[in-house]
Design a protein around this ligand. Structure first.
Ligand SMILES: Nc1ncnc2c1ncn2[C@@H]1O[C@H](COP(=O)(O)OP(=O)(O)OP(=O)(O)O)[C@@H](O)[C@H]1O
Ligand SMILES: [Mg+2]
Length: 265
């Protein structure tokens, strides 16, 4: 479904401050896979997702999405096939627009018709159904500005928006990190449900090792721009957090010192 071949991404190339954010990444993700991504601070996780989404252009290598070379395709073109959320609940939804308008906008991203047609006719009914599915009562508040929702409700809406046009790929960058533990748990359950029912190929960055082990069908760990661990479902099912930390230490040759990851619950 998504293939990355020999991907390199540099920041401040050819200067003393050069950063190799992605250092020869090779990754092949099958249709229906739900990959969790974990790694130390600055490992290149967000850059990896941005490279796939076309938010950052890569310096070398090839990215294929569903058999098509999208390496030089701009973000807005890839957005028709890629749903994406990041950790800031403000970023993925428009505050002063209503829930319904946000949904219509998201729906249009996958299509190419005008916004107006999206909010007319049977759409409202359809939007009601999709937000009712997340179980937060948002279906009765379609005309309410999104700015009045809680962070968790906004991320739930963002998830619905990111997946409403049945994307080929869903990219989640620590989408529960800014939420309180209860809301984070709720959003993870909603994520699991949406990914399962829509059978979405998904890449999810998390700084929570337990979450990385518990969810998904495959786990990759990044360190200094490289994928240093790639763990399949079978192995992941038996894995514990201390074992994952030990694997990291053995493979990277350094101790895991990112407190945000180690202290996450
Ligand atoms: N736009 C940018 N300009 C310059 N350097 C950048 C940019 N984006 C990322 N970097 C650098 O690239 C490296 C990888 O960053 P990235 O954000 O991908 O890490 P990450 O694994 O997501 O880290 P975190 O856990 O902190 O979110 C870091 O050294 C970072 O400082
Ligand atoms: Mg990041």
């Amino acid at each position: 479904m998504i293939k990355l071949n020999n991907i390199y991404k540099y920041f401040f190339a050819d200067t003393p401050n050069e950063v190799v954010a992605l250092n020869n990444i090779n990754l092949n993700i099958k249709e229906g896979d739900f990959v969790t991504v974990i790694g130390s601070n600055g490992a290149g996780k967000s850059t990896l997702l941005k490279a796939i989404a076309g938010v950052e252009m890569v310096d070398q290598g090839i990215i294929e999405l569903a058999g098509k070379d999208v390496t030089s395709q701009p973000e807005h073109k890839r957005a028709r096939e890629i749903g994406r959320i990041d950790q800031d609940p403000m970023a993925s939804t428009a505050s002063d627009m209503t829930i319904e308008e946000n949904l219509a906008m998201a729906y249009m991203r996958g299509r190419r018709r005008g916004l107006l047609r999206a909010v007319t006719g049977g759409r409202t009914k359809r939007f009601k159904e999709v937000v009712a599915d997340v179980g937060l009562g948002l279906e009765n508040r379609l005309q309410v500005p999104v700015g009045t929702l809680s962070g968790g409700q906004r991320q739930a809406l963002a998830l619905v928006m990111a997946t409403i046009a049945q994307p080929k790929l869903l990219l989640l960058d620590e989408h529960t990190a800014a939420l309180d533990p209860k809301a984070a748990k709720q959003i993870m359950e909603i994520t699991r449900k949406i990914v399962d029912t829509k059978k979405l190929t998904t890449l999810m960055i998390t700084h929570n090792m337990e979450q990385a082990i518990k969810f998904g069908t495959r786990l990759i760990m990044m360190h200094r721009g490289e994928i240093i661990l790639d763990i399949n479902q079978q192995e992941k099912e038996k894995l514990t957090v201390p074992q994952l930390i030990e694997k990291f230490t053995n493979t990277s040759g350094t101790t895991f010192d990112d407190d945000r990851v180690l202290l996450a619950n």
